[in-house]
Design a protein around this ligand. Structure first.
Ligand code: IMP
Ligand code: MG
Length: 183
């Protein structure tokens, strides 16, 4: 890990190289499952920036891309009430939708977004997340494609933030508790 981050990041949980390998194999799996379909990728802002960029560059199939902005009010490390900051623009009726998010934690975000997408009558919706913390699930959400299962620790990097910071780290690291304690 670069020295610059040592005071804030306790350890690297998933290296840049491991992420790259896993994202390529996820892309292969997805390309196989959606071959010949009219695919619309719906990605949740802002946490998916890096994951989405790497995933779609390895998806050799025609697709369209759109975004939904979701942001949670309240404390920075726990999911609070959700607000939508950007709405879907593409018509997904009858299409195959791949919903992409950074991390499946309590499941509240995915549950809310799926409630919004289902009435638009897509042919099917599959969910892809880079990370999953199984231990914290409270809402009945599940993902079809999961990059990595991770322990119940607050992680940042590769798009994931704490208070909008650390999204630019190329690896996924565990944030030192003293950084977020008291929030
Ligand atoms: P859920 O609604 O509890 O499933 O949480 C999903 C959202 O919470 C993600 O899209 C992230 O923005 C955020 N989140 C949950 N766990 C972490 C974490 O460890 N690091 C950074 N963000 C997280
Ligand atoms: Mg987020």
């Amino acid at each position: 890990m670069p020295n610059r981050w040592r005071r804030e990041i306790a350890n690297v949980l998933i290296s840049e190289e491991r992420i790259a390998r896993r994202v390529r194999s996820l892309a292969k799996e997805i390309a196989r499952d959606f071959a010949g379909r009219d695919l619309v990728i719906v990605s949740l802002l802002n946490g998916t920036v890096m994951f989405l960029g790497d995933l779609i560059r390895h998806l050799s199939l025609p697709l369209r891309l759109d975004f939904i902005g979701v942001s949670s009010y309240g404390s920075d490390t726990k999911s609070g009430a959700l607000i939508f900051t950007k709405e879907l623009r593409l018509d997904v009726r009858g299409r195959d939708v791949l919903l992409v998010d950074d991390i499946l934690d309590t499941g509240k975000t995915l549950t809310k977004v799926l409630e919004k997408l289902r009435p638009l009558r897509p042919r099917r919706i599959k969910v892809c997340v880079l990370l999953e913390k199984k231990a914290r699930r409270t809402a009945p959400a599940r993902a079809d494609y999961v990059g990595f299962q991770i322990p119940d620790k607050f992680v940042v990097g590769y798009g994931l933030d704490f208070a909008e910071r650390y999204r630019n780290l190329p690896f996924i690291g565990v944030l030192r508790p003293e950084i977020y304690e008291g929030t």
